[in-house]
Design a protein. Sequence first.
Length: 131
Amino acid sequence: GLNKIEEARSHASLVEKILLTKPENATPPQDSKDTELASILAVIGDISAATNNFKEAIEYYETAEKIYRNAYKTNFGHLDNVSYLLLQGVKSSVKLNDKFWYKHFSSTLKRLFPIDHHRVKELLDYKLSKS
């Protein structure tokens, strides 16, 4: 229920606070190379999406994406956690019917991962509403 989601948010926020105290995370989060921080931000994004806070979820996914890029450089497109994050961004952007973020996350996913990748295939399930 909702209590479990709020409990998860509380735990994840605590982990985020702890990770932000690490010396290498003294810069703004989007400049970090700390993949643990990126992972917890993705979790907080998922929690935000689970409570219909899709705009907030996208902000967390975007920051996590930047951190993964900083950390992994050219290997950015070879990691499962990156494909997961990008697909989650697609899902939240569809819920908001946000063309900018939909295009950002879906085109990044298609550019980085092969056409037969399971998350690229899953993109077919997520389309913006015609408006």
